[in-house]
Design a protein around this ligand. Structure first.
Ligand SMILES: NC(=O)c1ccc[n+]([C@@H]2O[C@H](COP(=O)([O-])OP(=O)(O)OC[C@H]3O[C@@H](n4cnc5c(N)ncnc54)[C@H](OP(=O)(O)O)[C@@H]3O)[C@@H](O)[C@H]2O)c1
Length: 252
């Protein structure tokens, strides 16, 4: 099987890194010439990667075609390509709905997938919509898949996937605060990276208890954790989080 990626940017780089770390079986990976620099780098890094001359050549040479372009570019270029019936199309594009993708590509064999950059480490959740066995079998090699048959429901996941920068900002602010208290930057960063990594790992280790319960058991009444949580709630920290989610939700 040959794989093809239209759009050689951030997410394609991560997905390709994941694929080459996995046990997935494939013959060749075709990538589009844009972005030129990234395409060159990828083809140097991985033997089975070939830079296509243009998007149509990529489509013709590939059995599965991944759409990793922005919605604006997708609306412009997809209608100009000829996708034969047997080709499988996997769209990573955030805001082009299935029905529009079908119109643009004149194909019905399309699945929408939400990968995240950690796919490069073969970690993290991957949303697949609608349910598609072949896609699930493929992406199971690259992370934890969740299938959502109703495309409308995947909007929520697109919204929560936009929490990366604010999560890192939370870590960054915590580190900056430590630095302001006289801790050296190197130590502060090392500490907060380890702290938040362990906190995330802990949520996975304690899968058998609900997240609400986790909040409860991680604080002693009147203790320091309870104090900080109460303070953040009082200052509408989580209200602001919900508002941000509601606002981004409207964009998908
Ligand atoms: N990044 C993520 O974490 C992530 C996660 C899930 C889904 N997505 C979705 O994946 C899509 C791509 O995101 P991204 O972050 O990878 O964006 P990106 O880094 O900007 O990559 C987009 C790529 O498309 C290329 N391109 C532009 N015009 C093209 C054309 N006519 N033909 C072929 N390629 C063309 C760009 O090349 P030039 O640089 O030469 O313009 C660039 O390499 C978006 O729809 C995004 O919503 C991204």
């Amino acid at each position: 099987m040959n794989l093809g990626f239209i759009g050689t940017g951030h997410i394609t780089t991560s997905v390709i890194e994941g694929i080459f770390k996995s046990k997935l079986k494939f013959n060749k990976v075709y990538i589009s010439p844009r972005n030129k620099l990234i395409a060159k780098k990828l083809s140097k890094r991985f033997k089975k990667i070939y830079i296509s001359n243009n998007n149509q050549q990529l489509v013709d040479n590939s059995h599965w075609i991944f759409l990793a372009i922005t919605p604006k570019v997708g609306k412009k270029i997809l209608r100009l390509l000829n996708f034969k019936k047997k080709k499988k199309i996997i769209s990573f594009i955030s805001t082009i709905k299935l029905k529009d993708l079908k119109k643009l590509t004149k194909s019905r064999n399309i699945t929408r997938v939400i990968p995240l950059p950690f796919i490069g480490m073969r970690k993290g959740p991957i949303i697949i919509s609608p349910i598609d066995k072949q896609s699930k079998n493929f992406f199971n090699h690259l992370g934890t898949t969740l299938e959502i048959n109703d495309e409308k429901l995947s909007k929520g996941f697109w919204s929560t996937s936009s929490f990366m920068a604010s999560f890192y900002n939370l870590i960054s602010v915590t580190s900056e605060w430590l630095i302001s208290k006289g801790i050296k930057k190197k130590e502060a960063e090392k500490y907060v990276r380890e702290l938040f990594y362990a906190l995330s790992a802990d949520t996975l280790n304690k899968k058998d208890i609900s997240l609400k319960q986790l909040v409860k058991v991680s604080q002693t009444p009147g203790g320091t954790n309870a104090f900080v949580l109460k303070n953040l709630k009082k200052n509408k920290f989580y209200q602001a989080q919900r508002k941000a989610l509601n606002s981004i939700f409207k964009k998908f």
